[in-house]
Design a protein around this ligand. Structure first.
Ligand code: PHE
Length: 463
């Protein structure tokens, strides 16, 4: 147990839940990290920002900024053993409660529209049975992405999220992600293998894997904040999710190893998504650089529509579509449950008993569903919610956590990271030093650049 385990909520002596296994914790974290960010955002951001060149900067951002920041959140959570808002008091720094609060508010904010996209994914998975999206992908997306049916699918997605979180840590989130994450990886590898066999797929690999460094050099001002933002969002940082997940650790294993595993897996799945999307698009002559929330929902079906052949009377394009949107759905769910858990954990810990969990999860799910209706009725709202989250809330929240852990928690943080790390504990001071300098400076830069890009994109909500 960490030395501050006694600071847990346990008001009436009620034991706080913990992960049953270390693997469970890692898979839940991977499940949170691997999500729409990897499949819906990553390939298209790559396309928008110069292909392989973006990939290089993204991988660097994960290693230099993402991983140290992930460890910072883990350290706060494991040492405090309590929800992300009260974690700061539990660590003896009550004044910094707002850091956790901003993160929890951010998780709630993201959940509102994340669930809308999740709803689209349910719809597309179901529609694979009829192939409805194959005929006119762009028009189809326009009709189904906004309006009452979109609200309905948003509700369905939120409902599933609520059910998993209501069951709890071990039997809910841990069990669900233990099934979902391996399924995502296996299916994705299979799909990438199929995509590689499509005639013309080679152009996709080339686009994705041969970086043109002059593109990086000339567009650094755009690529850098985009890649760092993508790394942070994709690792589920800033929104108190990783703090919350680490707070359910019952014993001290190596956070360094676990964090490295999560960062590696997450990047691999992002790259794997590229191995699915780019060969598919290039093989079918579809341009990948359509941006915006509809990108994956339009270009992938466009490509699928021209995949020849049929299996037992069903078009191959439909079968591939079912697998593809099935993967995206599992990935999205394992992330949305982490968003809802970050918020739920705060209320459940406050109550001091997990008996209230189902009610709390349902209440908060409903509360997030309602503002999400705006995004379900109009994709302009969705884009706005997303822009505020990614360009504003996310970098600022990460900056606060990194600053807190580096400069306020300081040596205590390094001591916590060392705990359970065995011979790797030598890396703890190096990590702290990196956090205080390189990471902090990079995140400050990211805040400035992304806030600037947010302001230049128009701040006003689409009223
Ligand atoms: N990492 C998730 C994704 O890539 C999104 C997410 C962000 C989930 C923050 C939880 C917290 O889709």
């Amino acid at each position: 147990m960490s030395d501050s385990a006694t600071s847990g909520p346990g008001r009436d002596g009620a034991a706080r839940e913990t992960w049953a296994t270390r693997v469970g914790f890692v898979l839940a974290s991977v499940g949170s990290a691997v999500g729409l960010g990897n499949v819906w955002r990553f390939p298209f951001q790559t396309a928008e920002n110069g292909g392989a060149a973006f990939l290089v900067v993204y991988v660097a951002a994960v290693l230099v900024i993402g991983l140290p920041a992930l460890l910072a959140e883990y350290v706060v959570g494991r040492r405090a053993n309590v929800d992300a808002i009260r974690a700061f008091s539990a660590l003896g720094h009550r004044r910094f409660w707002f850091v956790g609060a901003l993160g929890v508010a951010g998780a709630f904010w993201v959940l509102t529209y994340y669930s809308v996209i999740g709803g689209w994914v349910i719809r597309y998975a179901v529609d694979s049975l009829t192939g409805a999206y194959l005929a006119q992908p762009a028009t189809y997306f326009e009709t189904v992405s906004a309006g009452l049916p979109a609200v309905g699918f948003h509700a369905a997605f939120m409902l599933v999220t609520v059910v998993v979180v209501a069951v709890g840590i071990e039997d809910g989130i841990e069990l669900a992600t233990k099934l979902m994450v391996p399924a995502v990886v296996v299916l994705m590898v299979g799909l990438a293998a199929v995509a590689a066999t499509l005639p013309g797929a080679g152009a996709g690999f080339e686009y994705f894997l041969t970086p043109d460094l002059t593109v990086v050099a000339t567009n650094l001002g755009d690529i850098l904040p985009a890649a760092v933002g993508q790394a942070l969002f994709s690792l589920s940082l800033g929104f108190s999710v990783m703090i919350t997940y680490a707070s359910y650790l019952g014993q001290d294993d190596s956070l360094l190893v676990d964090g490295a595993a999560v960062a590696t897996f997450n990047s691999l799945v992002g790259v794997l998504a590229g191995f699915v999307v780019f060969p598919l698009l290039f093989a079918q002559g579809v341009s990948p650089d359509t941006a915006g929330p509809g990108a994956v929902f339009i270009s992938v079906p466009t490509a699928l529509a021209s995949v020849p052949g049929s299996l037992a009377g069903v078009r191959v394009g439909q079968v591939l579509g079912l697998v593809f949107f099935g993967i995206v759905l599992l990935a999205a769910l394992s992330s949305s449950i982490s968003l809802l858990e970050a918020v739920t954990s705060f209320v459940v810990d406050r109550a001091g008993t997990s008996a209230t969990r189902p009610v709390v999860a349902a209440g908060l799910g409903t509360a997030a569903f309602l503002p999400g209706v705006l995004s379900a009725l109009d994709t302009a709202w969705l884009s706005w919610f997303d822009a505020v989250a990614v360009n504003l809330l996310l970098p600022v929240a990460v900056l606060l956590v990194v600053g807190f852990v580096g400069w306020v928690l300081g040596r205590d943080a390094a001591a916590e990271l060392a705990e359970g790390s065995g011979s790797l504990e030598r890396l703890a001071p190096v990590w702290l030093w990196t956090l205080r300098t390189v990471v902090l400076v990079a995140v400050v830069g990211t805040v400035l650049l992304s806030v600037q890009s947010f302001l230049s994109g128009g701040v006003a909500p689409p009223l």
